[in-house]
Design a protein around this ligand. Structure first.
Ligand SMILES: *Cc1c(COP(=O)(O)O)cnc(C)c1O
Length: 242
């Protein structure tokens, strides 16, 4: 029997481990190098204490959707300097300024306007010798009006715009398929993202594919995901959803 004074921390640590094992097994089954698939722990609506518990279990990459919530947590967790923040929610161009200096990766560039604004702000970061800002372009493959992301037909031009920004380092593409309880519904959207990537020069130009969440990570890994974004399976159900 294992007794602990921190059952909450142990629960989160166990779940982080379960997700690591799950990712490794899915990669092996797909004939991929398990090290080529990394985990972003999505902590939106969960407290900083939950992030600390996952951090204590060795997790370093965390994803948040909302700039304000992200900024507040980053301030609370400043004592964890090697923690890497990923912005995975829609970024409005007027919020670019507040994240460009310290976020590790922005997964959700979807318009020229945001790319240019973020590029300008990230250039200041580069000038301060903090390096370029890693970004991915979000693709809306389903055409759902409610979803952010650029249309597949706009992608090539947006790739050029982002690549023209010296403060930004374009590393790949991201997508969020339509919500469904059947994880096979997501497969064509994941396959489409990979196909778009391959048309644009393949992994040499766009090495990262950010796709797959708690319920469909296996399918995403089979289709080539390099970042899976998992929230619920680590931190539990969220109380509110925005
Ligand atoms: C909330 C969210 C996730 C995590 O979803 P879970 O189903 O909780 O794993 C992943 N990606 C994005 C873009 C999200 O908004």
């Amino acid at each position: 029997m294992h007794f602990s004074s921190d059952p909450f921390g142990d629960l989160i640590a166990d779940r982080v481990q379960v997700q690591r094992d799950r990712i490794r097994r899915a990669a092996e089954r797909a004939g991929r190098d398990p090290a080529s698939v990394r985990l972003v722990a999505v902590s939106k609506f969960h407290p900083a204490a939950a992030i600390r518990a996952a951090y204590a279990a060795g997790q370093r990459d965390f994803g948040e959707n909302y700039v304000q919530e992200l900024s507040a947590k980053a301030a609370e967790l400043q004592d964890l300097p090697d923690l890497r923040w990923h912005l995975i929610g829609h970024l409005q161009s007027n919020k670019a300024k507040s994240v460009a200096g310290w976020v590790h990766t922005v997964h959700t560039i979807s318009t020229t306007k945001t790319a240019l604004e973020l590029g300008k702000r990230a250039w200041e970061r580069r000038a301060a010798e903090q390096g370029t800002l890693q970004v991915l372009i979000e693709v809306n493959g389903s055409g759902e009006f409610s979803k952010s992301g650029c249309a597949p037909g706009e992608l090539e031009e947006l790739v050029h715009v982002v690549e023209s920004q010296p403060g930004l380092a374009l590393v790949g593409l991201m997508t969020v398929p339509p919500a469904s309880t059947d994880d096979e519904v997501a497969r064509p959207f994941f396959a489409q993202l990979r196909a778009l990537r391959d048309d644009l020069g393949g992994p040499a130009r766009l090495p990262e594919l950010s796709m797959g969440m708690s319920h469909d990570a296996e399918v995403a890994i089979e289709e080539g995901a390099t970042w899976v974004r998992i929230g619920t399976a680590i931190f539990g159900e969220r109380k509110k959803e925005g």
